[in-house]
Design a protein around this ligand. Structure first.
Ligand SMILES: [Zn+2]
Ligand SMILES: [Zn+2]
Length: 209
């Protein structure tokens, strides 16, 4: 028997514990290799999983109990459960099995495999999902699990950098104002220079942080 592809292992380990997934299986040529949830549903899922996906791809079958499948050679993984949840996890599933995960813009950590608690309802959901399939909350900003810096669900740098950019702009404006006021007051040159430069430096430091 060939070895289980690591991408399938990663996808199974992370997505099988997300909200709405009732049964999860790893199947080897239609037979149960590993599963979570009800055993008889898992056997049924393992039997149909390989035939749902064409080639080494990802497939989805809707319905009251939806099924998402990813296949690699002799192995496939199947997830069964809430259609709203499973349909929203398809991009993560596809990117993980292709090895094309969204990465953190700060530290390059692979993010599609990361599971977070919805900040609004606490449901376990993929970090990159954007909108909680349980409560509908939009995920504006999260912490990268590796570098702890603020990111959006697409891995881009979040709010703090915007805030710092604003403080840089304010710093520049203030330094201009200080220069003008200092000039009015005919303050001594060193004081003028210090008052002009410090807000700018503060803004710059904030921006680069
Ligand atoms: Zn990071
Ligand atoms: Zn939620």
């Amino acid at each position: 028997m060939s070895e289980l592809p690591s991408e399938l292992r990663v996808a199974y380990d992370s997505l099988s514990r997300c909200y709405g997934v009732e049964v999860a299986v790893i199947a080897h040529e239609g037979l149960l290799y590993e599963y979570r949830g009800d055993a008889s549903r898992a056997e049924g899922l393992a039997a149909i999983a390989p035939s749902l996906a064409e080639g080494d791809g990802v497939a989805y079958r809707g319905g009251e109990k939806a099924v998402a499948v990813a296949k690699r050679g002799e192995f496939s993984i199947g997830l069964e459960g809430d259609p709203r949840a499973l349909s929203s996890y398809l991009p993560q599933l596809a990117r993980i099995v292709r090895g094309e995960e969204i990465r953190c813009a700060w530290c390059s950590a692979e993010l599609d495999r990361e599971v977070i608690s919805c900040p609004s309802c606490g449901a376990p959901i993929p970090l990159t999902v954007g909108r909680c399939p349980k409560c509908g909350a939009h995920i504006e900003e999260v912490e990268c699990p590796r570098c702890r810096k603020p990111i959006t669900h697409l891995g881009t740098r979040a709010r703090r950098s915007h805030g710092s950019l604003a403080s840089l702009v304010i710093g520049i404006v203030l330094s201009g104002a200080c220069t003008t006021i200092a000039a009015w007051l005919s303050a001594p040159l060193p004081l003028l220079a210090a008052s002009a430069i410090s807000p700018f430096i503060a803004g710059l430091v904030g921006y680069l942080r």
